[in-house]
Design a protein around this ligand. Structure first.
Ligand code: MG
Length: 216
């Protein structure tokens, strides 16, 4: 079981949006509205700075670095919340013997900090995220491959993987490795983004029913 983090397990949007606004203002880009900005959450920031506000790759590199500096100063867990029912579900899946890992486009150091902070790390066999430059290991497909590799290295059976995610790049990243995606609608997607997912759920109760079939 692979978990996307932002928008799926953790809602860190308050801090992310605050930092994005500061970074965009710093680089003289008009800050989009909050409603637009939430859709930045999930895909690699290096891509979003280029795609959403027309930065060159060099400018985007600088913007990501600046954004990361503010993030470090803020603290990686400040203002972050778990979505209701998620911690219990991850603990119960662990108790049911299902190996789990993160597969996040967030820098791995931040993913680790969040998983420790919310006490989820003991339930995970691997924590995979992006490299700090968001380039060496950045695309969801690369991170999915790395998460599966680490699960296998930890002795887990990865013959029937599933990725839980909230954005189109989760669906695409999973598809690149034949990993079906369960799309969660409580994150930061536009409505059409679940296209191509194996299933879509509105609530953690629905997700639980899909994942732990022997319960209800
Ligand atoms: Mg996400």
């Amino acid at each position: 079981m692979l978990w996307d983090v932002d928008g799926t397990v953790v809602d860190a949007s308050d801090g992310i949006l605050r930092r994005l606004k500061i970074a965009l203002e710093h680089f003289g880009k008009p800050a989009p509205t909050r409603a637009e900005l939430v859709h930045w959450i999930g895909p690699p920031m290096f891509e979003s700075f280029q795609k959403n506000v027309s930065m060159t790759p060099a400018e985007a590199t600088e913007a990501v670095a600046y954004y990361r500096v503010i993030g470090k100063a803020d603290g990686y867990t400040t203002g972050a919340k778990l979505y209701p029912g998620i911690a219990e579900l991850i603990a119960d899946l662990d108790a049911a013997g299902i190996p789990q890992a993160t597969a996040s486009s967030k820098p791995e150091i931040q993913v680790s900090a969040l998983m420790e902070y919310f006490d989820l790390a003991p339930h995970l066999q691997a924590i995979a995220g992006a490299t700090p430059d968001e380039k060496t290991l950045a695309s969801k497909a690369d991170i999915v491959a790395e998460a599966l590799r680490r699960l296998r290295a930890a002795g887990a059976d990865t013959s029937r993987p599933v990725l839980i995610g909230d954005r189109h790049h989760d669906v695409e990243g999973g598809a690149a490795h034949g990993v079906p995606v369960i799309f969660v609608r409580w994150g930061f997607s536009w409505p059409h983004e679940s296209e191509g997912a194996a299933a879509a759920v509105e609530t953690t109760a629905e997700l639980r029913a899909l994942l732990l079939l022997d319960e209800e």
